[in-house]
Design a protein around this ligand. Structure first.
Ligand code: ACO
Length: 322
């Protein structure tokens, strides 16, 4: 049997740090409010001439290097982003050109903050069916470009960044299971209600922004991300104490803490980056995973559960033996 296995990770954050104190000068807010309600202290913001693919390229090269590979070894690229450089080609294709690879399939998936989980699921299936052997999976975002910087309910929550993993075919797992869900009935609770086909004038006048019903999203995120932990545990005949690390989507420390309380996974087994990264959407899980590995917390052989939740709604998880 063929499994997919993570053999390398990489992350990249733009240099510019935006602190809560700086945001106090932009909107009517305070460091105390943002930290207490979300756990966020600072976030990174891409430079004006820095785009999603630039962040993705740096994270991808780090992941490729950490797997001991070269770009020529990559036979599949799947990107997750809601903030692509261009309407088309996909950011994965732009990245493919940067990496000097030509031929293998490259495409993006769109599941907002759960996008990385959807990408991992797709790639896992490519590898299990023998269609790919060494894949690059990236979550990359410049969410700062779709924020209304006059709306304190949203602009304080997000940041920019990119994370990447290399998934390789192996006889040993690897990824033990993946779990995906969507529910389009909730499409209006968290969205950018603008695209090239609808409300295009908002793109032209620069007002294509994230809108969010924060309280509703909060409640849904806690329920969905707690339930999917249980779904992943049940699917593998495991109990919560067999998890070494939970790597949840980094949207809000209160959401993360509530998941821990509901699932019985203690805080010391949860990787947290939201305080320094904010919510980097599809990049949040691979960035947190990479940080956990590079800091020597997540180690080979350990059991790691990654999970995400985003607009749509979309949510997903993957049980991984490192
Ligand atoms: N600074 C100061 N006050 C603020 C701010 C701010 N930045 N934002 C809102 N407030 C005010 C509100 O106006 C409100 O004031 P009022 O009572 O006078 O009307 C008060 O603070 C309380 O607002 P709530 O919205 O009730 O605050 P809440 O405790 O729910 O926290 C938050 C808001 C942080 C947005 C929370 O609801 C949340 O985190 N929701 C989930 C967000 C999330 O996870 N989004 C991403 C999902 S993933 C994706 O796909 C992008």
């Amino acid at each position: 049997m063929i499994f997919s296995r993570i053999t390398g990770t990489g992350g990249y954050l733009p240099e510019r740090v935006m602190t809560n104190a700086e945001l106090e000068k932009v909107v009517d807010t305070s460091d105390e409010w943002i930290a207490a309600r979300s756990g966020i202290r600072e976030r990174r913001i891409a430079a004006d001439d820095e785009f999603t693919c630039d962040l993705a390229e740096k994270a991808a090269l780090r992941a490729i290097r950490s797997a001991g590979k070269t770009p020529a070894d990559i036979d599949l690229i799947v990107g997750a982003t809601s903030t692509p450089d261009e309407e088309f080609p996909s950011t994965a294709c732009l990245l493919q050109e940067r990496l000097g690879i030509s031929g293998p399939p490259a495409f993006d998936v769109q599941a907002v903050c759960a996008g990385f989980l959807f990408a991992v699921d797709v790639v896992d299936k490519f590898i299990r069916t023998g269609s790919a052997k060494c894949a690059l999976v990236i979550g990359a975002e410049t969410f700062s470009r779709i924020l209304d910087w006059t709306d304190r309910r949203t602009c304080v929550l997000f940041g920019d960044g990119a994370g990447a993993v290399i998934l390789e075919a192996d006889e040993e797992p690897g990824i033990l299971s993946t779990h995906l869900h969507s529910d389009g009935r909730y499409k209006d609770l968290l969205c950018v209600p603008t695209g090239v086909s609808r409300n295009y004038e908002r793109i032209q006048d620069g007002s294509a922004y994230v809108t969010m019903e924060g309280g509703e999203v909060f409640r849904w995120a806690v329920t969905a991300m707690s339930d999917i932990v249980k779904e992943a545990l049940d699917a593998n005949g495991m109990t919560h104490d067999q998890i070494d690390w939970l790597v949840p989507h980094q949207a809000n420390i209160r959401i993360i803490n509530a998941i821990g309380r509901r699932t019985g996974i203690p805080d010391e087994k949860v990787i947290v980056t939201v305080d320094r990264h904010g919510n980097t959407s599809a990049a949040s899980v691979p960035l947190a995973l990479d940080e956990g590995i590079r800091k020597g917390r997540i180690r080979p052989g350990q059991m790691v559960l990654i999970e995400g939740f985003g607009g749509g709604f979309t949510w997903g998880a993957a049980m991984i033996k490192m």
